[in-house]
Design a protein around this ligand. Structure first.
Ligand code: ZN
Length: 152
């Protein structure tokens, strides 16, 4: 299998973050929300609200987010909505688990696709929570937690 070099990964990371931070996908409110959660990253000041519509067929039919934060947190939330639409909630949770694992420096066998580029954040340890915030919020939304997801 082709392995990306560190330089390629770094370049991909930069492009992906810039692209999604400049024009976030699925930004805004969602009609017919079934699940939602707030996410907070007090260290950086990132705040977002994640909306999901989970259908009777146990699929995530739609996802969207609102909020404000740094480029990494916005890009990661945008990538999240792009990725999880069409997944079963349990699939989305294991994907989130694998991604959070990878971003915090652990190994996983799950194929992350283009989200592998987010690994670039590992070079900036103080920003890892910016990248994982939306994924924690998604887990909270699926679990229907009563308290906001916080990185602290
Ligand atoms: Zn941030």
């Amino acid at each position: 299998m082709y392995k990306m070099s560190t330089d390629e990964l770094r370049e991909l990371y930069r492009e992906l973050i810039l692209d999604h931070a400049r024009s976030p996908r699925h930004f805004g409110k969602l009609p017919e929300v079934t699940h939602s959660a707030d996410g907070l990253n007090p260290l950086c000041g990132d705040k977002l609200k994640l909306y999901l519509r989970i259908g009777d067929d146990d699929r995530i039919q739609d996802a969207a987010f609102e909020g404000s934060g740094c480029a990494i947190s916005v890009a990661s939330a945008s990538l999240l909505t792009d990725t999880i639409i069409g997944m079963r909630p349990t699939e989305a949770q294991s994907f989130a688990g694998a991604l959070i694992h990878r971003l915090t420096g652990k190994q996983t066998n799950v194929e992350l696709g283009k989200l592998r580029a987010l690994e670039g954040v590992r070079e900036f340890p103080s920003r890892i929570k910016c990248a994982t915030l939306a994924w924690h919020a998604m887990n909270s939304a699926i679990r229907q937690d009563k308290v906001p997801a916080s990185t602290e």
